[in-house]
Structures are given as C-alpha cells and as structure tokens.
Design a protein around this ligand. Structure first.
Ligand SMILES: *[C@@H]1O[C@H](CO)[C@@H](O)[C@H](O)[C@H]1NC(C)=O
Ligand SMILES: *[C@@H]1O[C@H](CO)[C@@H](O)[C@H](O)[C@H]1NC(C)=O
Ligand SMILES: *[C@@H]1O[C@H](CO)[C@@H](O)[C@H](O)[C@H]1NC(C)=O
Ligand SMILES: *[C@@H]1O[C@H](CO)[C@@H](O)[C@H](O)[C@H]1NC(C)=O
Ligand SMILES: *[C@@H]1O[C@H](CO)[C@@H](O)[C@H](O)[C@H]1NC(C)=O
Length: 469
C-alpha cells in the first residue's frame, strides 16, 4: 500500500516535470516527421527506433489502457487508428481505438540539453512524446505518464521515450558510390561526379610537387602508368606515387560534423589521402584546395566547393552505352555498370506482391535470363506468376530495349514483343549493398511493371564486367 502510494507520488512528480514546458520555448527545427535540427546544428532523430514495416515500435499501458507508438511512419491499429503515430485503447472492447497523433508532429520543443518533445495532433485528443538522450541506456524505454487537461486546448497524453539513439549528433553522410554520399538528415547528397574529367584531373600544389586528383575515377593514363587507377596521384620530380586508388573512396563523418572522403592505395595501404569536404557556395566552378599537408605517403587536404553542399550538385547529364544484355558503359568515364556477377538462372530474384488486387510472384534474372512455368516464361528476363489465374506471363526479353541513367540511378527497360508486356528495372547503386535487394515497386500502365534492384553492382566498375564473379 505504502509502496504504491510512493509510486503514485513519483509518477505525479514526473508528470509535473514533463509538462512544465515554458511558454515561448525554443523549437527544434523539424527536418522530417521524426527528426529535428538543434541550434548548434546537431540532429535528434527517432528514425533508428521506428518500425518501417507498417507496424508499431512501442507499446505500453496498464490494466485498462494500452498505447502504441511509432515515430516516422504510420500504422493501423483497431477501429480508430489508421496511418497514425500514436494510438490508444482507453476502454473495452479492445479493438476500439482512438488516434492520439498523426504521423507529422506539429512542433518539436527543446526541453533541456538532453530532451526534446514531439507534439502530435490526434482525433479528439493530442499527445506529446518527450525523447530523452541517455548514453547509458541499452534498450529504449517508452512509458505513458497520463493525461494533461489544458483548458484552452484538447487533452494531451504525455509519454517519454528514453534511449541512447535519440542523443543529438551531427548528420552523417552515408556512402552511395565512391564519390557520392547522402546526408541522413534528408538535406541531400554530396556529389563529386561533376569533377569527373579523366582527361584533365584537378591539380593540388603540395610542397615539392603536384597532386593530380580525380575524385571518382582514375586520373588517367597520360599522367603516369603508376597512377593508372589512382584517384590521387603525387608527382615529385620524375617520380609518381599512387596515394589513393579510385575504387577505395570511403566517406566518414567526424565528431565536428565534417564529411571526409578517404582513399588508400589498394596495393599499398600505407599510402593514404584524406579530403575534408567543406561546403562553399562561392566555389561554383572549380574547387578550392586549402592547407594541404604531405607526410610519409599521407596527404591531407581541405576541398571547398559548392558540390560539398548537400543537394547542390547533380550528376552531369550522361548516357549508358549497352555492352551486352546486362552491362553498359557510362558516357562520363565513371566506368561500366555490370550485373554479370548476379546472373544465376537457377536462382532468379523473386518478390511476392499484390497488384490490382491479385497476388503475383515476380521473377527476374539479368544477363542470361530464366525459364519458369514451362511454356509460360521461356528464355525471358522477367516473369510474373498470377496466383489466382495460376498462369505465368513473360514480362520481357533477355535483351533490354534501353539503359537510361537518371541521376544516380540507372533504368533498364525490357519488353516482350509477343505478350505486349514490359517492365522497367531501376538499378540503385549502393556500394555497401553486398547482398542485392529486389522488389516490385508498382505498375504504371496496364501490362507494365516497375521493379527495383539495390546492389553494389549498380555502381560503375564495382563488379566484374565479364562473366567472372
Ligand atoms: C530534462 O528533462 C527531462 C524531462 O522533463 C528530465 O527527465 C531530465 O531529467 C532533464 N534533464 C536535465 C539534464 O535537466
Ligand atoms: C500516412 O500519412 C503520411 C503523413 O501524413 C503520408 O505522407 C502518407 O502518404 C500516409 N500513408 C498512407 C498509406 O495513407
Ligand atoms: C548541441 O546541443 C545539444 C543540446 O543542447 C547538446 O546535447 C549537444 O551536446 C550539442 N552538441 C555539440 C556538438 O555541440
Ligand atoms: C593529359 O592530357 C590532357 C589532354 O589530352 C592534357 O590537357 C593534360 O595536360 C595532360 N596531363 C598531363 C599531366 O600531362
Ligand atoms: C521505362 O523507362 C523509360 C526510360 O526512363 C521510360 O521512357 C518509359 O516510359 C518507362 N517505361 C515504363 C513501362 O515504365
């Protein structure tokens, strides 16, 4: 009895401290539905805690009430919650639910150095989730702290979410290909492809010599054979040194939030280069290199450019010339995109999905195609099995109609003359995607399907261009 009274008092105290948000409180600037930027430029994000598969991430409550929460993405629960982030069941029966918060918060308020509050509008009642950073927390803890009656507003249900995942940190730039990364705060890509000029590499003056630099591909044969495949080539007198191979570029984000592109010589890992990318909108045409330092085969330099500003530089216009049924060569010199390493007629890519209310199994195999369902799909690149009609339909011939680059993606268009079916495969380059991911993404017109394949082999020159794996 005494213990439960103490607990009750504690709960009241916690509720009082949680709801004491001062008027005119400082806001955390919303980046998207589940992250916001603080004044010092760091980001608080709930994304790593979200359930991205359509369900909820957290559930809490007592004997009478149950609450569900999922930041970032909506979920459905019971009769009253459809595409919501916060949902409650306040009384029997269990399927009677009420929406306490839609996906996009109205505001995010800074409470103190470790806590921000996401405020949501619901249907009838609102809600507020206090997200608290706790470095030591091993598991996220989601708790309900009751209801606040505000005479001027709708009732507000208050929750707390404590986790090490919600600590403010600088946005990280996640690697896309060897010279592109994507900011995880949604601000866009850092993209160095417009400097891709093998015939005239960038030049950096260093003590006693010159460094030739081509961020995405090798500096080219006319500089020196030693530097054939180097992105970074040091010339001192008559000697040349590879300080970073083209296929070695890796993006890092340091504790100050600076994005760094690191290279090493694939034959001699003691030779390295560190390029700190600094956003400078005034460096519009050529990048500006500052404070180069060269010691023992290690180059460190700052590169100021508009292309180091998130979302400011695009891929230059380019085409991709078909080599064979599953490879093409990029016109910008970045190399060959080849799916040969993924070719396996015996184990085609598969995805089960519903389209126009009918369940299908979709099959895809690049390069040498596939055969399933006897006469239905013989020697095709793609095939659909209709589970209702129990029929296989060929979606496209082995040889594509076209390879079309679209920013960092490449669309391969296939069609089948006989059946009149067609499909487009969007190849998504991700050098970290060692395991390819295949998915049906929709239908545009009748008899035309869209698929997506995310793989490192969609990045130019990452996978062998011949049949070797
Ligand atoms: C910040 O506010 C939260 C919620 O009100 C509270 O639990 C926490 O102890 C506070 N932390 C600091 C450092 O004041
Ligand atoms: C759910 O809500 C979000 C945010 O309002 C919206 O972007 C999304 O399209 C909705 N999803 C569905 C399936 O309605
Ligand atoms: C930025 O501000 C937040 C909230 O005051 C603080 O927790 C964080 O440590 C700060 N980060 C940096 C790098 O200054
Ligand atoms: C490489 O060739 C290009 C054009 O063919 C030329 O402009 C450039 O100066 C050459 N680079 C070197 C280091 O000789
Ligand atoms: C496939 O992609 C091509 C090139 O982007 C486009 O012209 C065509 O409309 C697309 N076809 C289908 C069926 O989506």
């Amino acid at each position: 009895m005494a213990a439960s009274l103490v607990l009750h008092l504690l709960a009241c105290l916690l509720l009082a401290s949680l709801t004491a948000s001062p008027a005119g409180a400082q806001l955390c600037q919303m980046v998207d539905a589940c992250s916001c930027k603080l004044e010092n430029g760091t980001v608080v994000s709930l994304r790593s805690l979200a359930n991205a598969d359509g369900g909820y991430a957290f559930k809490t409550g007592g004997e009478k009430e149950t609450f569900w929460y999922n930041p970032c993405f909506g979920f459905d629960q019971g009769s009253g919650c459809s595409n919501v982030s916060v949902c409650a069941n306040l009384q029997d029966p269990a399927d009677r639910t009420v929406a306490l918060g839609y996906v996009k918060p109205d505001s995010v308020t800074v409470i103190n150095t470790t806590t921000v509050a996401f405020r949501y509008t619901g249907y009838g009642s609102n809600s507020e989730v206090f997200a608290t950073c706790d470095d030591q927390a091993t598991e996220p803890i989601f708790q309900s702290h009751g209801i606040v009656h505000d005479p001027n507003q709708q009732d507000r249900y208050v929750f707390s979410l404590t986790s090490s995942e919600v600590c403010a940190r600088h946005a990280q730039c996640k690697q896309v290909d060897r010279c592109t990364c994507k900011m995880d705060d949604g601000s866009g890509n850092l993209n160095l492809h417009s400097f891709n000029r093998p015939e005239k590499a960038l030049e950096i003056a260093v003590p006693g010599g010159t460094v030739y630099y081509n961020p995405c591909v090798g500096v080219g044969g006319n500089i020196s054979d030693t530097c054939q495949d180097a992105s970074v080539c040091l010339k001192q007198g008559d000697t040349f040194l590879n300080l970073g191979s083209a296929r070695s570029g890796v993006f890092m984000t340091d504790e100050d939030g600076d994005v760094i592109l690191e290279y090493h010589n694939l034959q001699d890992e003691t030779k390295t280069t560190k390029v700190t990318l600094t956003c400078d909108p005034s460096a519009r045409v050529e990048p500006v290199f500052e404070s180069p330092s060269l010691t023992d085969g290690h180059l460190s330099v700052t590169m100021k450019s508009v292309c180091a500003c998130a979302g400011s530089c695009m891929f230059p216009a380019r085409t991709c010339a078909a080599g064979d049924s599953c490879s093409c060569k990029m016109s910008d010199g970045s190399g060959t995109v080849s799916l040969h390493a993924l070719d396996n007629p015996a184990a085609a890519f598969k995805d089960v999905a519903t389209s126009s209310g009918v369940e299908y199994t979709f099959y895809y195999n690049p390069c040498s195609g596939l055969t399933v369902g006897l006469e239905g799909c013989a020697d095709v690149s793609g095939c659909a099995y209709n589970h209702v009609a129990r029929r296989y339909s060929a979606l496209g011939a082995v040889m594509p109609d076209a390879f079309t680059p679209d920013q960092e993606r490449l669309i391969i268009a296939y069609s089948d003359q006989q059946s009149g079916m067609s499909f487009n495969l969007t190849l998504v380059c991700d050098v970290t995607a060692a395991e390819p991911k295949f998915a049906f993404t929709g239908t545009r017109l009748q008899n035309s399907y869209d698929f997506m394949l995310t793989t490192k082999c969609a990045c130019a020159d990452e996978c062998a261009a011949n049949g070797l794996k």
